[in-house]
Design a protein around this ligand. Structure first.
Ligand code: FAD
Length: 474
C-alpha cells in the first residue's frame, strides 16, 4: 500500500523548477505515463518530471527526500509487471529518464560505451554498430525501452544464451541515491575487487534502491553474419538435447535458441496472418548462429549441424533462412508473440525459469494440472530455452469469457508457481517482480532472503520514497 500523503502545491512548485525548462508534464498529458504497455496497470500522478541532466535528477530527489515525496522512476514504460506506473492514489511523482539522452563516451579499444539512462536499447545497439562493435542485449521492445529501464529490470531477451543478461553486460553505473547524492561508479573495468560490487545491487532493483542515470556497458566484436533456422523437435526434452548437441557443433556461435509451441504458430496465423513455415509440426525451435565467416559459410555450417541432427531424430523438419528477408520473417513470428497473445483474448502470463534439464517436466506438469482444472485451456508457451526461461502463458478455454478467466489468475498462478518452486526455479526469470508478483515473493523467497532484501532497502532508501509498494511484499 502507498500510504504517503498528498503532495502539497509548494512541493510541486519546487519540483517544477528543479526539472528545468521543458521538464514537466501535467494534467491529462500525464495519462500515457500512468498506463502500462499491456493496459493492465493504471495509476495517477500530479506531475511527470523529465530532467535532462543527472544534476537535475539529483535536485529532484533531494526535494523528494526532504519532503517525503515518493518517486516512480520510469524509462520507456514497456515493463510488464506494473513497476513503472504510479499507484492510483495520485501521491507519487513520476521521474522519467527519457531526456537523459547523451552518449558520453565510446571507447572502442576498451570495448565500452557510456550512455545516459534515456538512450533507447536500439540506439545503444546503433551507436555500438557505428563504432564497429556489438551491444548484444536484444528484445522485442528495443525501439522503446531505455537502457536505464533495461538495467533496472536486469533485462534478458533473445541472446542471453551467448552474451548474458543486462547484469553481465554492465561494467559501471551512475546512480542518484535516495537522498539525492550522485554516485559516479562509471568504471569501465573488467576486474575490480575493491569491496562490495554496488552496481549489482541497483541492477534488477526495479527503481526501489536508486535512480540509474548512466551506465558503462560492454561492447563485443560485431559478428558480420548470421544464420537462422526454424526446426521442428519431437519434445522440449529433445530440444534440450539438441541445444547441447549444437553447442558442441557450433560452440559459442550459437546465440539464440527459442522454443515455441505449435499453438504459437497457429495463433500467429489466426491473429496476425503469419504463414506457418512448418505446418503440422509440434514443438519448434528458432535458432540463430552468429559469426565472422560470411552468411553463406555460416548457413552451410548450421545446415550441416542440423542435417546430422535430422538423421538422428533430434529434429523432424527444418527451414533454413537463405536471405536476410527470410531470417527477418522467421524472427517476426517470435517477436510478435506478445502481440499475438494480446489478440487471442485473456491469457495468464508467467515468466518462470527452471533448470534447463527440467523444462519438459515443468511444461508437462503445468499443462496437465491446468487442463484438469480448466478443460479446454489452450497452452501457449515460448521461451529462451537455453536459459531455462519459459514464458508460460495459457489462454482461456474458447468458451470462457476473458473476465471469468482473469478472475482465476491467483489460482492459475498458484498452480504454476508451486510447480516452479518445487523444481527450485524462479517465479520471474527476466521481467521482474513489480507489483504483479509482489505477493508471490512471500512464497518464492525464504524469510532469511526477504529479511536481507528488506535490510538493503532500509539502508539505501530509509524513507521508502523510491518506487514504494513494488518488489518487496508487505
Ligand atoms: P520501464 O518499463 O519504464 O521500467 C521498468 C522498471 O524499472 C520499473 O520498476 C521502473 O521504476 C524501473 N526503472 C526504469 N528506469 C529506471 C532508472 N533509470 N533507474 C531506476 N529504475 C528505473 N524483458 C526482458 O527481459 N526480455 C524480453 O525478451 C522482453 N521482451 C519484451 C517484449 C515486449 C513487446 C515488451 C512490451 C516488453 C518486453 N520485456 C522484455 C519487458 C521490458 O521491455 C523490459 O523489462 C525493459 O527492460 C524495460 O525497460 P523500460 O525502459 O521500458 O523500463
Amino acid at each position: 500500500m502507498n500510504v504517503h500523503a498528498r503532495i502539497t502545491t509548494d512541493v510541486l512548485s519546487r519540483l517544477r523548477v528543479a526539472a528545468g525548462p521543458g521538464g514537466v508534464v501535467e494534467g491529462p498529458d500525464t495519462e500515457p505515463y500512468c498506463i502500462s504497455w499491456r493496459d493492465n496497470w493504471h495509476g495517477a500522478t500530479p506531475l511527470v518530471l523529465r530532467p535532462d541532466t543527472t544534476a537535475r535528477v539529483a535536485e529532484i530527489v533531494r526535494i523528494c527526500a526532504e519532503t517525503g515525496t515518493p518517486i516512480v522512476p520510469q524509462g520507456g514504460n514497456t515493463g510488464l509487471t506494473g513497476g513503472s506506473q504510479p499507484h492510483a492514489t495520485g501521491n507519487e511523482v513520476i521521474l522519467s529518464t527519457s531526456r537523459l539522452k547523451r552518449v558520453r563516451e565510446v571507447d572502442p579499444l576498451n570495448d565500452t560505451i557510456t550512455v545516459e539512462a534515456g538512450v533507447t536499447l536500439l540506439e545503444v545497439q546503433e551507436h555500438a554498430a557505428h563504432a564497429g562493435r556489438l551491444f548484444p542485449l536484444s528484445l522485442a521492445a528495443e525501439g522503446t525501452c531505455q537502457i536505464g529501464g533495461n538495467l533496472a529490470t536486469n533485462a534478458g531477451g533473445v541472446q542471453v544464451l551467448r552474451y548474458g543478461n543486462a547484469r553481465a553486460l554492465t561494467l559501471g553505473l551512475e546512480v542518484v541515491t535516495a537522498d539525492g547524492a550522485i554516485w559516479d561508479g562509471l568504471r569501465g573495468l573488467r576486474k575490480d575487487n575493491a569491496g562490495y560490487d554496488m552496481k549489482q545491487l541497483f541492477i534488477g532493483s526495479e527503481g526501489t534502491l536508486g535512480i540509474i542515470t548512466a551506465a558503462t556497458l560492454k561492447l563485443l566484436p560485431l559478428p558480420t553474419d548470421s544464420a537462422v533456422a526454424l526446426v521442428a523437435v519431437p519434445s522440449p526434452t529433445v530440444a534440450v538435447e539438441l541445444l547441447a548437441r549444437l553447442r558442441g557443433a557450433l560452440g559459442e556461435l550459437l546465440s539464440a535458441f527459442e522454443l515455441m509451441h505449435e499453438n504459437n504458430f497457429a495463433f500467429a496465423q489466426e491473429t496476425m496472418g503469419h504463414v506457418d513455415p512448418l505446418p503440422g509440426a509440434g514443438w519448434r525451435v528458432l535458432l540463430q548462429a552468429d559469426g565472422p565467416q560470411g552468411r553463406e559459410a555460416m548457413t552451410d555450417r548450421l545446415e550441416e549441424a542440423l542435417g546430422a541432427a535430422l538423421e538422428d531424430g533430434h529434429i523432424t523438419d527444418a527451414v533454413v533462412a537463405r536471405s536476410e528477408a527470410q531470417s527477418a520473417q522467421l524472427w517476426r513470428i517470435r517477436e510478435d508473440q506478445a502481440e499475438v497473445q494480446q489478440r487471442m483474448g485473456a491469457g495468464i502470463k508467467h515468466d518462470v525459469s527452471v533448470p534447463v534439464s527440467r523444462i519438459d517436466a515443468f511444461i508437462a506438469e503445468a499443462d496437465a494440472a491446468l487442463a484438469e482444472r480448466y478443460p479446454g485451456i489452450r497452452p501457449m508457451s515460448f521461451g529462451h530455452l537455453g536459459d531455462g526461461n519459459v514464458h508460460y502463458n495459457p489462454i482461456r478455454p474458447a468458451d470462457w469469457t476473458d473476465a471469468d478467466f482473469k478472475a482465476e489468475t491467483e489460482v492459475v498462478n498458484r498452480i504454476v508457481h508451486d510447480i516452479v518452486i518445487a523444481m527450485n526455479g524462479s517465479i520471474t526469470a527476466e521481467h521482474g517482480v513489480g507489483r504483479l508478483r509482489r505477493a508471490e515473493m512471500l512464497r518464492a523467497r525464504s524469510p532469511i532472503e526477504l529479511a536481507m532484501m528488506r535490510a538493503v532497502k532500509r539502508a539505501l532508501d530509509p524513507q521508502d520514497i523510491l518506487n514504494p509498494g513494488k518488489v518487496l511484499p508487505d
